[in-house]
Design a protein around this ligand. Structure first.
Ligand SMILES: C[S@@+](CC[C@H](N)C(=O)[O-])C[C@H]1O[C@@H](n2cnc3c(N)ncnc32)[C@H](O)[C@@H]1O
Length: 247
């Protein structure tokens, strides 16, 4: 795989909408699990760190309509552009905003403080421990003292085949046998070939970070957070962590 492809992987996916079309159901399920971990409260201010094309907005629409204020931040201009279009399509543009910025830069361009900071499969793409610590330190400065950090990142057991099997089962349970057959035959072969296998390769090569449960907890604790809850998501291919500021 060429370096140019790997460098532009997310922006190509966002711009072409292949990211949306090929994302497996198990990924959406992981987003649902992340959203379920967000505390109640109508006027929560939420920061989506590494929001990409704002796919999470799909699962936050109801909460935003009820009063949640959403801010997405991403390094990629294509990501925030697509996320804004998505917010307009979902009819929530007036309650969302986007920042085009690098999470690791010290001058994080907002003075706002957030009740909840989420990062769904974003921090793992920062390959070095140092960069991830920088990003976590910046997130810490914009979190309210009683705020929550909710992160999902891949595990060392990341397995493209298990993710696809789980996705087929979820689609069957949710939308019936025929829908799962279409996904299995026409969509998921591409999901696996273009998406999951590439990610698996990057993880195994150490270009992106795959965690053991202990490593994930330690990384978050090192940055000054206290892990409240950790669970397997994404067919055992990732962990979801809920953390607060350590006292
Ligand atoms: C796998 S995508 C996930 C996007 C989204 N959270 C989702 O689950 O659909 C990873 C995202 O993290 C973003 N990202 C990586 N490094 C970043 C950084 N240093 N600052 C801001 N965003 C970053 C990428 O641009 C990309 O949009």
């Amino acid at each position: 795989m060429s370096k140019i492809y790997s460098k532009n992987y997310w922006s190509i996916g966002f711009k072409s909408h292949l990211y949306d079309r090929l994302s497996p159901e198990s990924y959406f399920e992981s987003m649902r699990q992340l959203v379920a971990a967000i505390p109640d409260g109508k006027t929560l201010r939420l920061l989506d760190a590494g929001c990409g094309s704002g796919l999470l907005l799909r699962f936050l629409t109801e909460r935003i309509r009820e009063g949640m204020v959403y801010t997405g931040v991403d390094l990629l201009k294509t990501g925030v552009e697509q996320a804004l279009i998505r917010a307009q399509e979902l009819g929530v543009a007036s309650q969302v905003s986007f920042i085009h910025s690098d999470l690791t830069t010290s001058a994080f361009p907002t003075n706002e403080k957030f009740d909840v900071i989420v990062g769904h499969f974003s921090l793992y793409t920062l390959a070095s421990d140092k960069k991830r610590q920088e990003a976590l330190a910046n997130l810490k400065t914009v979190m309210k003292p009683d705020g929550l950090l909710i992160l999902a990142n891949p595990s060392v057991d990341y397995d493209a085949d298990l993710i696809i099997d789980d996705s087929i089962r979820l689609v069957r349970d949710r939308h019936g046998f025929f829908a799962s057959l279409i996904k299995q035959a026409l969509i998921y072969p591409f999901t696996k070939a273009i998406g999951l296998r590439f990610i698996q390769k990057q993880l195994r090569a150490g270009i992106w970070k795959a965690y053991t449960q202990k490593e994930f907890s330690l990384e978050i604790e090192r940055a000054g957070f206290e892990v409240r809850h950790i669970e397997d998501v994404y067919a055992g291919s990732a962990f979801l962590v809920v953390a607060c500021l350590s006292s």
